[in-house]
Design a protein around this ligand. Structure first.
Ligand SMILES: Cc1cc2nc3c(=O)[nH]c(=O)nc-3n(C[C@H](O)[C@H](O)[C@H](O)COP(=O)(O)O)c2cc1C
Length: 165
């Protein structure tokens, strides 16, 4: 993949996340893990181009998010639906998902890994993390997402690099 200016990227965010979905990856050249994410916010925060992701503490990816300053969000082609399915059901505790999907790791700033096969990828530096909490939920439908599983931790990252196919 080649690096471009972020402003040249025009993803249809309201359909991409939830349809193509994305792979959230964290780690470095020594070890990394990736998982499917359907929830992602792109925009601007504290005057920085920002990417926000939400990770439950049960995820193996959570440890990588906590232990590294950078993460990446990569969107694969719709045809790669099987890869999204695997990365959204299997855990990196049990298998190397890059290998299982036949994907190659490419490295951005600070060795942040992302799948080289993606349509586009953002390299993000963590700027803020906070746990979502039941007492702040303003719609009862939100509780349905937390029957037996932990509340997500929100990570707001500054987009520091953009890659496209
Ligand atoms: C379409 C889809 C979207 C998902 N979105 C998220 C998400 O935004 N946050 C999250 O914590 N888990 C999400 N998941 C669940 C994780 O991808 C899944 O639990 C994965 O197996 C975790 O892998 P890990 O244990 O290697 O981190 C999603 C799963 C699917 C299939």
């Amino acid at each position: 993949m080649r690096k471009i200016d972020l402003t040249a990227l025009t993803p249809e965010v309201f359909s991409v996340f939830g349809t193509n979905n994305a792979l959230l990856t964290a780690g470095d050249r020594t070890a990394c893990n990736t998982m499917t994410v359907g929830w992602c916010g792109l925009g601007r925060m504290w005057n920085l181009p920002s990417c926000t992701v939400y990770v439950r503490p049960e995820r193996y990816t959570y440890q990588f998010m906590e232990n590294h300053d950078y993460f990446t969000v990569a969107v694969l082609a719709l045809a790669d639906h099987d890869k999204m399915k695997l990365c959204g059901s299997a855990s990196g505790r049990d298998l190397d998902k890059f290998k299982a999907c036949g994907m190659t790791a490419q490295y951005g700033l600070h060795d942040a890994p992302f799948p080289a096969e993606a349509e586009w990828a953002l390299v993000c530096k963590k700027r803020y993390a906070q746990d979502l909490k039941p007492e702040f939920a303003l719609d009862e439908r939100i509780n349905a997402f937390y029957q037996g599983e932990g509340w997500h931790r929100m990570y707001i990252g500054e987009v520091v690099e953009t890659y496209v196919k």
